[in-house]
Unconditional design. Structure first.
Length: 589
């Protein structure tokens, strides 16, 4: 053991001397960089210490990769209502999200091995191809199942390229400047922060399907940049062969975790609308999912090369565990805002596509603003991460919970809460990945980045499944009371004494619950069971009230996710001792 400047830290107790894989001197470091050590990977991409045209174009490429990995979910997620209005599948549209997130999360831990085998450039090219195929499938689909299949392809591409964009940026700059460089790449998302507005503009001007054209063209440009401006060789050498790479890949862990999470999602989602809770359709996959997840954790303790290597915790076990916990549970808060708020705008307040798009703007701008603020404060406070995480997790938890105040008559107040909730989420989303990179050994930067992305998506998928499950049940409950009973029956809008009248009540409630407003008007105008054909405003008001009451529950549940993050933030160590000028991958021009 030896004392290293990079691992001395103060966590409320005397300085520790711990085992580190950091080379003792520069000659050792150079041998590691040159791949001359036994089993060491070969050189990575050329790193430029000062800005020049080649470095600039590489960073532009990283920006295209990062943006391309995000906009598919952002654009389609903003027009879910339009999608299931067009192709049906209102009972399963949630799989547009889950189908994107699961392959994304499943691939992240393996991107490092793929990069070692083929080089990051080839992996990025493959990711861009998937990100062109996926939107093409989704945008030409005429059934929900085909659209979901397209999102699976998009999720594969996003899983490859989001990690490459972030890890590829972070590993070639001084540790003290990682926040700055990654922040710059993230900030290039600013022109795309109105993604929801763009999605509604495109839908209004043409059709929701043309969002896929936008995504495909963007990723085609990213593909061209990858081919001509991003050079990253395979890390294989005579001493570091493909066999060395493959034997260290945790295929069993990847299989157990992916199958477990998928089955768990199936059990959760099928119990919301498609099948009643307690039926074999949801109990069996839910139980099997838990079994696979438990088996995954058991395997990770025994695996010779686990997905979460023990060396990740060598600098500060407590901090890394806390960061991973925050990353996982904050995914639930992130997706409750990203994916529920656009639908809430449609269902509770209504409006044309342009109006709805404008009202979604605080989400994107404030999330990226929160990330930039927190990254900047990490630098200004010289690494006081604990205090920053406590503040931002508290803000995130309080504000997302306060979203439950939303009613049809208080849109302005709700928008203020949206701003604070989004800033809080942004202050957690990207900075946790940077802190995790700083608190782990340099050779595991890609691994920790993959894990943070993966568990964020898994946490978000689980949270979103819980939210939509509860929301669907509460929506059915409130629609039965306020739309069917209080309006259609009590106010004699429909003759409920006949079988045709009862079927008409069900049809009206279902149509307005799925945002098919024209269909409701058509039923009121043509059905012989309708007594009051001028009742549409009353039905709409009752539906908006029902939606507002149902949306409270996901936000209330999000408090539990945020509460765990808040508690975990107290266990984070400050990173000031880690903020050195050392470069993780200091290679020659």
């Amino acid at each position: 053991m030896y004392r290293s400047d990079d691992i001395e830290k103060y966590e409320g107790h005397p300085l520790e001397t711990i085992t580190s894989k950091t080379p003792v001197n520069e000659s050792d470091e150079q041998r590691a960089a040159d791949g001359q050590g036994q089993g060491s990977p070969g050189p990575g991409p050329v790193v430029h210490e000062t800005m020049n045209p080649r470095l600039f174009m590489t960073l532009v490429c990283m920006s295209f990769l990062f943006i391309g990995s995000q906009i598919s979910l952002y654009l389609y997620g903003s027009v879910f209502t339009l999608i299931y209005q067009d192709i049906g599948g209102a009972d399963r549209y949630i799989w547009l999200v889950i189908g994107y997130l699961i392959p994304n999360a499943a691939l992240c831990p393996f991107v490092g091995a793929l990069s070692d085998l083929y080089g990051r450039q080839k992996v990025a090219i493959a990711g861009q191809i998937f990100l062109m195929i996926g939107p093409a499938i989704t945008s030409t689909a005429h059934t929900m199942n085909i659209a979901i299949a397209g999102q699976v392809f998009s999720g594969i591409g996003a899983g490859l390229n989001e990690l490459i964009a972030l890890a590829g940026t972070g590993e070639v700059v001084p540790i003290k400047d990682r926040s700055f460089y990654v922040g710059i790449v993230v900030l290039t998302m600013i022109p795309f922060l109105p993604a929801s507005l763009y999605a509604h503009w495109i839908a209004q001007a043409a059709n929701w399907r043309y969002n896929g054209v936008f995504v495909g063209v963007w990723n085609f440009l990213g593909l061209i940049l990858c081919i001509f401006f991003y050079k990253d060789p395979s890390r294989l050498t005579d001493n570091y062969t493909a066999r060395d790479v493959l034997r260290k890949v945790d295929f069993i862990g990847g299989f157990l975790s992916t199958v477990g999470v998928t089955l768990l999602m199936m059990g959760l989602q099928w119990s919301s609308l498609q099948y009643t809770w307690g039926s074999a359709h949801n109990v069996v996959p839910f139980t099997l999912g838990l079994v696979f997840i438990i088996a995954f954790f058991v395997w990770e303790f025994k695996a010779p090369y686990p997905m979460c290597p023990r060396e990740l915790f060598s600098k500060s076990k407590r901090t890394v565990i806390a960061i991973l916990a925050i990353t996982f549970f904050s995914g639930g808060n992130y997706f409750v805002m990203l994916l529920l708020w656009p639908s809430e705008l449609t269902n509770v307040w209504g409006g044309d596509d342009l109006t709805i798009g404008i009202r979604t703007l605080p989400i994107g701008f404030c999330i990226i603003g929160g990330a930039a603020i927190c990254l900047g404060l990490i630098i200004l406070t010289k690494g006081r991460v604990r205090e920053l995480m406590i503040f931002f997790t508290a803000l995130m938890t309080a504000a997302t919970g306060a979203m439950s105040i939303a009613r049809p008559d208080n849109l302005s107040a709700t928008l203020v809460v949206v701003v604070f909730a989004s800033i809080g989420i942004g202050g957690i989303l990207i900075p946790t990945s940077i802190v995790a990179q700083t608190m782990c050994p340099d050779e595991y930067i890609a691994t920790i980045t993959a894990l943070t992305l993966s568990i964020r998506f898994i946490g978000g998928a689980i949270g979103f499944s819980i939210y939509t499950n509860v929301f669907s049940r509460k929506t059915a409950e409130y629609f039965t009371q306020y739309v069917a009973i209080d309006v259609l029956v009590t106010k004699s809008v429909v003759n409920f004494l006949t079988p045709d009248g009862q079927a008409t009540i069900a049809a009206i409630a279902t149509a307005i619950g799925n945002a098919r407003f024209d269909e409701v008007r058509h039923i009121l105008a043509t059905s012989p069971s309708v007594i009051n054909r001028e009742a549409y405003p009353e039905i709409l008001a009752a539906a908006q009230k029902s939606f507002a009451l149902a949306y409270r529950y996901p936000y209330w549940i999000s408090i539990a996710f945020g509460g765990v993050c808040f508690v975990a933030s107290f266990f984070i160590a400050n990173v000031r001792p880690m903020m050195t000028s050392k470069v993780s991958n200091p290679l020659k021009r």
